[in-house]
Write a protein of this length. Structure first.
Length: 364
């Protein structure tokens, strides 16, 4: 059996992984508190919007960038009646479109100083489709498809979408990564647990933003996106800086075995991204005998859950794409266990607003 593998240049079981319980035993065992990231301190803009700049990026004078929080804004769809308005930036079913459009203007004003700055976003589909925006895209309108209602905002643009190895000649409005070399545009991806990743080329003045949920991450959207920047703009990895924004942390992101299997099929270091997290319920800790069962070990429903570190997974992809470790910033924050600062789709059982990670090139 080994001879055909050697003839094809393959090696059986290169990772030496075990299956079943023995394989699971190799995962890190942690408490949720040990995995919880620190809460970042937002910057408060003059218009009341609270957003997160990337530490150190203020020195890049030509660059617009930032990650929104839920604080500030005029939306009332996801907050108590007596609470101030919030900064929902997604055209969701629960919120008024006019409020969302106003919130987007407020964020643009907070980041760029001008509420009229064109904001380019996409209908995200957890794909690896990337799009390239040009200067003309900021004023173009998306035609409504037959039988499909358009939910695009007044500032959203039509972009030439492309995936795989060829650029599509048709105009599209779906994707999960945007890049541009044109000044004056603010590119954004919406998140409410998934990871937003910003990338900027300091030498060639090109920028990109990626939406990385677990599906996009396992399909290498960030690593592929950096490669597309090299093709599109001639970007070199040593000239790139990247920032990973707030998303659901490893402290809260419980997943199934099928997600572990997907990552193992793609990454040799997959198991380093997962942990077995034990319930830290103080009652269970103080009275463990109350939770004992008569089932055989490994068959009890009480036990650790499998947690994925999406932030580290995307940091690894940036390193694999050639970026230097010191060029990658992690902003921090967990959308699930820090609801006072962030929207979380999972923590709110699917009824949540959306935040934006944005990046752009300041006009000279």
């Amino acid at each position: 059996m080994d001879a055909p593998f050697r003839a094809a240049g393959l090696v059986r079981n290169p990772r030496g992984k075990c299956s079943g319980i023995a394989g699971r035993m190799r995962l890190k065992r942690m408490a949720a508190e040990e995995l919880r990231p620190a809460v970042p301190v937002p910057r408060v803009a003059a218009n009341g919007v609270q957003w997160l700049p990337v530490p150190g990026w203020e020195k890049i004078g030509w660059l617009w960038h930032g990650f929104s929080t839920r604080r500030g804004g005029v939306s009332r769809a996801y907050c108590p009646e007596d609470a101030p308005g919030e900064l929902n930036l997604g055209f969701t079913a629960d919120d008024d479109r006019k409020n969302v459009a106003r919130n987007r203007q407020l964020l643009a004003e907070a980041v760029t100083g001008d509420p009229a700055t064109p904001l380019v976003t996409l209908r995200q589909i957890h794909s690896t489709i990337l799009v390239v925006a040009g200067a003309a895209d900021a004023t173009r309108k998306q035609p409504r498809k037959s039988g499909v209602p358009s939910d695009r905002g007044p500032q959203e643009a039509v972009l030439a979408s492309w995936g795989g190895s060829d650029r599509s000649s048709s105009l599209g409005w779906k994707g999960d990564g945007i890049m541009t070399g044109a000044p004056g545009l603010l590119l954004g991806v919406q998140t409410a647990d998934c990871i937003p990743v910003l990338v900027a080329d300091r030498r060639r003045w090109a920028v990109a933003v990626f939406h990385a949920g677990w599906r996009g991450t396992v399909n290498r959207i960030v690593e592929t996106g950096v490669g597309r920047m090299r093709l599109e703009f001639g970007s070199r990895p040593e000239d790139l800086v990247a920032a990973i924004g707030p998303g659901i942390g490893a402290c809260c992101y419980a997943v199934g075995e099928e997600v572990l299997s997907e990552f193992e099929s793609q990454f040799s270091y997959a198991r380093e991204l997962f942990s077995e997290v034990y319930d830290s319920d103080p009652v269970r800790t103080k009275y463990p005998l109350l939770f004992m069962t008569q089932r055989a070990p490994g068959h009890s429903p009480i036990g650790p859950s499998l947690h994925l570190d999406l932030v580290e997974a995307n940091r690894r992809q940036l390193l694999a794409a050639g970026l230097k470790p010191r060029s990658i910033k992690v902003v921090g924050g967990c959308t699930s266990c820090q609801p006072e600062l962030f929207f979380s789709h999972r923590a709110s059982q699917g009824r949540a607003g959306r935040m934006l990670g944005v990046i752009g090139i300041r006009p000279s």
